[in-house]
Design a protein around this ligand. Structure first.
Ligand SMILES: Cc1cc2nc3c(=O)[nH]c(=O)nc-3n(C[C@H](O)[C@H](O)[C@H](O)COP(=O)(O)O)c2cc1C
Length: 236
């Protein structure tokens, strides 16, 4: 198998750009577009599922289910790929794994609406994403897919909502991307300032302690790949 994996990314030099220090797994996570064709070992994939499994959820309902399609099963992979919007197909086709997350919208015990089902699925995927980082993998989530097509293709019952698709794999070389995607991949990551979303006392009142940081819009410049510690590098 071709190993075109770029060095896994952790951007130590992104850290100082953050308003407060955050763990490198958080500062270094990004939704990259270039994937290596290196496949993901079943044990590694199982580790990601295990991380999702241990996410907290309202009433411990664990409303998530995942349809995982690897390139080892090309027909499954192509069926999920075929649900993506064209923009996403361009780059996600090169990832070795696609994952469709779904949420059970009602409580199993009572049948009533679970208002936090999507929230819980998001937490499970966040867990999965950081476990992926530890394994040298990247996760790029997508809302750009045809929900009803996915429902039909994979026989998803009506009380389970297809939430998002994620492309998972080892990072590849941005040089492999077409010009337009390469530009997007290299664009700075932007985040709103804390004062715009951290309130105290009432809506719209920025928390004083957040304001005192005096920082405006944060831009994290992408400065190219950095090595993860050896234990977390992708296999050669
Ligand atoms: C629920 C969700 C849906 C997204 N949908 C898409 C998508 O359809 N296509 C895409 O290229 N990126 C998609 N993204 C990636 C976001 O654009 C990305 O997370 C955001 O720009 C911040 O960049 P970062 O993840 O590198 O920090 C999505 C992310 C999330 C969490």
């Amino acid at each position: 198998m071709v190993n075109d994996a770029a060095a896994p990314i952790i951007l130590e030099d992104e850290q100082p750009s953050c308003e407060s220090p955050v763990h490198p797994l958080i500062a270094g996570r990004r939704s990259i577009l270039a994937f290596s064709s290196t496949s993901v070992e079943p044990e590694t994939l199982a580790g990601l599922m295990e991380a999702a499994r241990w996410a907290p959820s309202s009433m411990n309902e664990q409303p998530w289910s995942f349809i995982v399609a690897t390139k080892a099963n090309k027909s499954d992979f192509d069926r999920l790929l075929g649900c993506l919007v064209e923009f996403n197909v361009q780059w996600a086709q090169h990832a070795p794994v696609l994952l469709l997350s779904t949420a059970r919208l009602t409580f199993e015990s009572t049948g009533e609406l679970n208002r936090h089902a999507l929230y819980d699925v998001g937490q499970a995927i966040a867990n999965l994403s950081f476990q992926a980082m530890v394994s040298g993998l990247v996760v790029h989530q997508m809302a750009g897919f045809d929900v009803e097509k996915a429902r039909r293709e994979f026989s998803i019952p009506q009380d389970h909502e297809p939430v998002a698709v994620a492309a998972i794999g080892y990072p590849g070389s941005p040089a492999s991307l077409p010009e337009k995607l390469r530009k997007r991949d290299a664009s700075p990551r932007k985040r709103n300032p804390l004062t715009s979303f951290v309130f105290e006392g009432g809506w719209g009142h920025s928390a004083a302690w957040a304001e005192s940081l005096g920082l405006t819009e944060v831009q994290i410049k992408r400065t190219g790949p950095r090595m993860l510690p050896p234990a977390t590098q992708s296999p050669t």
